[in-house]
Design a protein. Structure first.
Length: 202
């Protein structure tokens, strides 16, 4: 289809009022203006067509708009792991529901902003504890710590320091080496340990 008018705002307004999916797909694929193409993608409902735009379009803004309209978790997970653009990556992570996939991204993605986004969607306390202790970026560790509600995990991190704030001395005596065991901390706080859940890490 040839899009006759050179005025992109006219095309954008027309696309906003169109309902024909084939026509919208044509605008999404062929219009010269990113805004018009994004507007067209926002009106698409066919998941196969949206998946094609989300995975293959050359413009990251169009890909992000397509991801926002996707519902297929398999396709969303593929994009969350493989798209090269941070914004598209984050949009896909925000759409994920599979905790295993979210955990994998939170622990292994090379982009700290994407890991932080994934951490905000995690519920697995063991995974969050691991990230709070071991992620290379402090903001990601802080984000993981904020998601933790398990009392044993919080106690361990309170004494041994998550997120880069490691204690080197006992708070009651800053001149002495910090030698309290986590078992003693638990006894003093009256909190029982469930170490098997965390693989004995604590």
């Amino acid at each position: 289809m040839t899009h006759c008018t050179r005025y992109k705002y006219v095309r954008e307004e027309a696309v906003a009022r169109l309902t024909d999916q084939a026509v919208l797909a044509d605008f999404a694929k062929n219009d010269s203006d990113q805004g018009v193409r994004k507007e067209a993608v926002a009106k698409l409902t066919d998941q196969a067509v949206l998946a094609d735009f989300a995975k293959n379009d050359k413009d990251q803004g169009v890909r992000k708009e397509a991801v926002a309209r996707l519902t297929d978790q398999t396709i969303i997970a593929d994009i969350a792991k493989n798209d090269s653009d941070k914004d598209v990556h984050e949009e896909a992570v925000a759409k994920l529901t599979d905790q295993a996939v979210i955990a994998d991204i939170a622990k292994n993605d090379s982009n700290k902003y994407v890991r932080k986004k994934a951490v905000a969607r995690l519920t697995d306390q063991a995974v969050l504890a691991d990230i709070a202790k071991n992620d290379s970026d402090q903001d990601v560790r802080v984000g993981a710590f904020a998601q933790i509600s398990d009392q044993d995990v919080l106690l361990h991190l309170a004494w041994y320091g998550p997120v880069g704030y490691m204690r080197t001395s006992h708070p009651a005596d800053e001149d002495d080496s910090y030698e309290w065991s986590i078992a003693e901390c638990r006894r003093n706080a009256g909190i029982s340990r469930r170490s098997e859940h965390y693989g004995g890490a604590f």
